[in-house]
Design a protein around this ligand. Structure first.
Ligand SMILES: *Cc1c(COP(=O)(O)O)cnc(C)c1O
Length: 360
């Protein structure tokens, strides 16, 4: 054992649990546990990846100007107020490193994303959980959790793993009611799945206390590449850039993400297919006596009669080569989160849950 102790809070971090990807002794496994795009990245993104092979001896851009310009053009934003990170996870990490110190508080919601806690603890801060109401973010419960030590409030909109969404009016009310000295972070990892939704960008433009994070990991099918971005007031971007490593994104990451965001025809196709199959899956599960909330994301949260039944169904699905996500760690022990796969995968998971329900 080394004699040197880590900073307070570090040993309270529980390691992030990713979705499983293989099953011992089962072939033709379908992975529906990590909210990945079943159709993969666009052809344009794959071409960019191949082209960058010839540039691997070069250091990448430090200011990400071309990727930021592409994002700004597509989303109609100010490129100077965009920061790119190694996944949106890194942007979340920058926010905590920059604004949270020993004893400072960071609010996340009851069924909120695990990284908010992890990055808060890594910065020496105290994660504070605000309750939700029927698996929905509750503005009043968040406001009741605010103290004079609150530095950041994280909400994912749509949320993971619930798939529910807070309407723009309520998000605005939350931003307006936060005290000076607290930032509202809108995690838009799934915003791309909601037709016409800006992820909160207009609220960022209108206020000085709102930050939005986005990712290439979900709709753009690039979870393995690790690219995300943030949109924030100019002074916040300036702060975050000071702690960002100058070469945090590789040539490959920058070029592939740029090609992906410029291929909106492919993004539209993936969004439409997700919307269609999500509606189909929710109906099919309901017909088997398994209700889901209306989801705005690329997954559904299937509710079973008890935690035991959810666990038994998870095991049954695994025996049949289907990997979904148990979300007991998100305080939803009676639920399974199921990513919207391609049509055969959706049919297979619905059919197998039907078999389970008939058998149970
Ligand atoms: C998947 C996900 C992210 C994205 O993480 P990346 O680091 O960009 O891959 C962020 N927030 C939530 C809530 C997510 O589910």
């Amino acid at each position: 054992m080394t004699k040197i102790a880590p900073q307070p809070g570090i040993m309270d971090i529980a390691l992030y649990q990713g979705g499983a990807s293989h099953l011992e002794g089962v072939s033709e496994v379908v992975k529906l546990s990590s909210n990945e795009n079943p159709f993969g990245p666009s052809e344009a993104a794959i071409d960019a990846y191949r082209r960058e092979a010839l540039n691997l001896h070069r250091y990448p851009s430090t200011d990400h100007a071309e990727l930021r310009a592409a994002i700004a053009e597509v989303h109609k934003l100010d490129a100077d107020r965009i920061i790119c990170g190694v996944g949106s996870d890194e942007v979340i990490h920058f926010l905590c490193q920059a604004y949270v110190g020993q004893g400072d508080e960071v609010i996340h919601t009851e069924h909120g994303f695990a990284m908010y806690r992890i990055s808060t603890l890594a910065a020496g801060g105290i994660p504070v959980e605000a309750g939700e109401t029927n698996r929905r973010v509750d503005v009043d419960k968040i406001l009741a959790s605010v103290t004079d030590r609150t530095k950041l409030v994280f909400i994912a909109n749509p949320n993971n793993p619930t798939g529910t969404m807070l309407p723009a009016k309520k998000v605005k009310r939350l931003a307006e009611a936060l005290p000076e000295g607290a930032l509202l972070v809108l995690d838009g990892a799934y915003a791309d799945y909601v037709d016409g939704f800006d992820g909160g960008a207009k609220l960022v433009d209108a206020r000085d206390n709102v930050v939005m994070t986005r990712t290439f990991s979900k709709l753009y099918g690039l979870g393995g590449l690790r690219v995300g971005w943030g949109y924030a007031p100019r002074d916040v971007i300036d702060v975050l850039n000071r702690i960002r490593g100058p070469f945090n994104l590789s040539n490959v990451a920058l070029a592939v993400a740029e090609a992906a965001v410029r291929d909106q025809a492919y993004a539209d196709k993936c969004r439409a297919e997700n919307t269609r199959l999500r509606a189909w899956l929710i109906d099919a599960l309901a017909a088997h006596g398994v209700p889901c909330d209306k989801s705005e994301a690329n997954f559904v949260l299937a509710r079973f009669d008890s935690p035991e039944e959810a666990k038994a169904c998870d095991a049954f699905l695994r025996q049949h080569g289907l990997i979904v996500r148990l979300v007991a760690g998100y305080k939803l022990p009676e639920c399974l989160r199921i990513t919207i796969g391609d049509e055969p995968a959706c049919r297979r998971v619905a059919h197998t849950i039907g078999l389970f329900k008939g058998r149970a």
